[in-house]
Structure formats: structure tokens, C-alpha cells
Design a protein around this ligand. Sequence first.
Ligand code: ADP
Length: 260
Amino acid sequence: IKAGHGTIDKKKPVPGVGKIIAIGSGKGGVGKSTFTSNLALSLAKKGHKVGIIDADIYGPSLPMIFGKRDEKPRSNSEKKIIPVEAFGIKFMSFGFFINENDPVIWRGPMLGGVLNQFLFDVDWSGLDYLLIDLPPGTGDIQLSMIQNAHVDAAIVISTPQDIALLDAKKGVEMFKKLNLPVIGMVENMSSFICSSCGTEHHIFGEGGVAKAVEQLQIDFLGQVPLEIELRTGSDHGLPYMSQDQFQGRPVWTSFMNVTE
Ligand code: ADP
């Protein structure tokens, strides 16, 4: 990957959108979609209009997280696709167009075409932030999204585990090479506080992301602990930050702090 190479000059702004922020991770399963959806809700709580593109083509999870698995987006009179809306967040996902049980075996250029449609053929007007939930890794999809659209910045999420961090660092380096400013890293699943004894357990290790951000010279945006309700909320289509009953809990506070 060479910065300034090829299609980089073709970057187009997405009409009607304030800032576009890509959310990436090195590995899958570190909580990128959970983070993206709850970050969107936290930004909305601060009064912003937020949308999400679920670009995690191989494992689209936003329809489930937002409780919209049976929804099909429609188009408006100007032939633009109307994004699906839940809890005040507008979003578009590949998951709306495939059978949940079918594996995605499309080739790169076809996927790139769909993602271009998600960027430019969807009515995103009126948004302050459009978040892009990227697939894990440093492949074609990440590259073409960043090269085709005027993305403003990226956030990388990792657990404190060495193996996740190794790949997360590669993700940060990829964004830097593409001249995309990295706002910083978020550490997810940083610890678990036992509800019966109150002890904090560092299940995936401790201090890994703090060390990584120092090496990479980027900001540490915050830590999100493990909490059962964060998982159950996503599984039941009621994302954590949409439930005011959790206000004040460590996970809730972490999300509100990241939006500062
Ligand atoms: P990714 O998008 O990186 O593949 P997901 O957001 O799908 O990861 O998260 C993987 C699983 O871990 C999901 O079941 C999610 O609900 C759960 N999860 C993510 N972060 C947390 C957390 N901090 N506490 C509890 N469960 C979490």
C-alpha cells in the first residue's frame, strides 16, 4: 500500500454527512460492532445525528444488535435507499440483503460495488456522524472504502490480549499509510468485575493497549470492561446504551467518556 497511490485522488464526499469515522480492528470478535453501535447511541445522547454503515460484509451484525433482522430498506422518490432506523440511529447493512444462514462468497469487486452503494446511493442527509463498521483486518474492503470516500478519521479497537494487539497495530499502520488520521485506540473487554466478590479480573491481560498507543504515538480513548448486559443487550436487539437503567455503570460511563 502506498500513500497517494492510484484511486486515492478519487475520494468523494458523502452528501449530507458531517464527519465520517471508520472503526477498525485487527481481529474479529474483539467487540467492534458492539462498540460501534453503542458509540453511535452515546453520540446521539449528546444531541448528534448518527448513522452507521455495517461494512462487516462477512459477519453483518447490526440488524441483530438493533433488533431489525426482518427489515428491508426501501427507496425514496429520488431513487435513494432509505436507511433503516432504530433508537434514532440510521443504518445500512449487507445483512438486510442476504439470508442470515447463507455464507457470503462474493468476490472483492462485487463487495466493493455494494459498499459504494452504501456510501453514495443511501440517503444519509442530515447526519453529523457516519460511522463505518469495517470488517476485521487490513484487506480489500478497508482499502476501497478509504480510497473511495472522504473518510475523516479512524478508531481502532482491541482487547488487551497480545494476539489481538499485534493485528490491531497492523490496522493502525495501514490507516497511517493511507493518510487517514487515527483518533486513537479503545480497549474492549479490559477487565471483568465479579458481581459476588467485587474483585477485578484481567481476563485478557492488562495494560496492553496503553503500551501499544505509546509505541504508535496515538491517543488512548478509553477502556470498556466486560459486562454481561452489553452482550445480552446486543443479542436481544436492545443495545446497552439504549437502556437508561444502566446509566452510571462502568460500561455506560466508558461509552459517554469516549464521545468527549
Ligand atoms: P466484532 O464486531 O469485533 O466481531 P462483536 O461486537 O460482535 O465483535 O463482539 C463479539 C461478542 O462479544 C459479541 O457476542 C458481543 O456481544 C460480545 N462483547 C463485545 N464486547 C463486550 C463486552 N465489553 N462485554 C461483554 N460482551 C462483549
